[in-house]
Structures are given as C-alpha cells and as structure tokens.
Design a protein around this ligand. Structure first.
Ligand SMILES: Cc1ncc(CN)c(N)n1
Length: 224
C-alpha cells in the first residue's frame, strides 16, 4: 500500500467530519452566513501568509532542483492565486489588503501555523510535507465534493471558492504533494513512518478545528 493511502485511511473519519461540518455544508448549499465567511476569509489570509513560508522552507530543504522548483511554484501559486481569491473576497466585504494583513490571528490560526512552521523548521523534508499535505489534499477533496452539488460552483458568492479548490490546477499541486510523500517515505523505518503519520494526523485535526473556529467565529476568551 502506498504511504499516502495509509495516511488517507488513518484520517478518513476526520475528513468525513470536515465534509459534514456546517461551515462546509453551508458553502455547498449557499446557506452559510456571510459574516462567518468574512471571519474565515480574514483568518485564512493570515494562515496563508504563514503557510506560504512552509513552501519556502521546502525549497530550502529540497535536495534536487526539480523539487526546489515545485516548492517555488507552490509558493507562487499561494501568494498570487490562492491569496488573490481572498483579496477579491475582501474587496466585496470592503476590507483593504492592509487591513487584512493587520488583522489578529485567532488562537486556532496561531496554533495551527506555529505547529506547521515548527515542524517545517526543525524536521526533515518528509516531516514538512506531512505537515502541509492535509491542507492541500483536504481542500481539493472538499472542493471536488462541493462542485458535485448542482449550482454550487455557480453560486454568486461561494461559487468562486468552490471553483478554485476543485480546479485541475489546484488538484495538480495537491497530487504532486501526495506523490512527494510517497517518494520521501520510501525506505523509512516503521518508527519514522509513525512519526510522519502523527504529524499528518495533527494538521488534519487542525483543519477540522479551523472550520469549527470559523463557524463559531472563535477569538480569544478575553477582550484585552
Ligand atoms: C486552513 C486552510 N487549510 C488549507 C487551505 C488550502 N490551501 C487553506 N486555504 N486554509
């Protein structure tokens, strides 16, 4: 069995919870309150700024030019395509790019990005890829799933989000990350594989927490 398949099976129940989460369901059937999406979009923008650095660290840790180039392409697509979607949504909400960047991260955004960057800075390339993979892979799965709902990708507000994450371009980037973890895990000992699995599980858990944080608009428990 490919290692990516083992990872997939490990986290399947959490991925099913993602697909059934009211935030995700609400984007699919168009009933999600716009204020919740606004909250999500701001937090996600802050998340993506940090997430992009994981790709930069991937380029640093890569041991061949091809892999280095792929990480550079992922970094470029995050900064200039994925985040452009967020900037367009921000315009619709009347939020400037500066306001977006100056927003404060929620506890979940902070915990998730710090965990990913900690693994990426201190771990091996395989550990870095395990940390970032749920982000690429689970969004692609959600995008494809929501696209199957009639009219969802043409929805006047959530359609663009669905179209981006269901796109072949996004799918190709996710597929490359899946293939890379299969390649990097080859020949690793069982204890090393367990470590990679644990990292993948942790960022998968954070993905669920992110949807939940957005739906409940959870910030810090005190206002100071
Ligand atoms: C929290 C989160 N996870 C994943 C993705 C998809 N890059 C995202 N935009 N935001």
């Amino acid at each position: 069995m490919k290692f990516s398949q083992r990872l997939y099976e490990k986290v399947l129940p959490i991925w099913e919870s993602n697909h059934n989460h009211p935030f995700v369901k609400g984007m699919g059937n168009g009933t999600l309150e716009k204020d919740k999406f606004r909250f999500y979009m701001i937090q996600d923008y802050l998340y993506l700024i940090e997430y992009a650095k994981v790709f930069a660290l991937g380029a640093v840790k890569a041991t061949d030019l091809h892999t280095m180039g792929r990480f550079a392409a992922l970094l470029n697509s995050t900064l200039n395509e994925e985040m452009e979607l967020h900037r367009q949504y921000a315009k619709k909400f009347g939020i400037t790019t500066e306001e977006l960047e100056e927003a404060k991260p929620s506890p979940t955004t902070l915990a998730y990005t710090h965990y990913m960057l900690h693994v990426s800075q201190n771990g091996t390339l395989a550990e870095l890829v395990s940390a970032l993979l749920p982000c690429m892979w689970s969004y692609w799965e959600i995008g494809k799933d929501l696209k199957k709902i009639e009219g969802a990708s043409e929805h006047e507000f959530y359609g663009e989000w669905i179209t981006m994450y269901a796109s072949d371009e996004f799918g190709q980037l996710a597929t490359w990350c899946i293939e890379l973890i299969d390649e990097l895990s080859e020949g690793k000992s069982e204890s090393e594989l367990v470590k990679l699995e644990e990292i993948f599980l942790n960022t998968t858990r954070f993905e669920y927490m992110f949807w939940d944080m957005a739906y409940k608009e959870t910030m810090w428990p005190t206002n100071e």
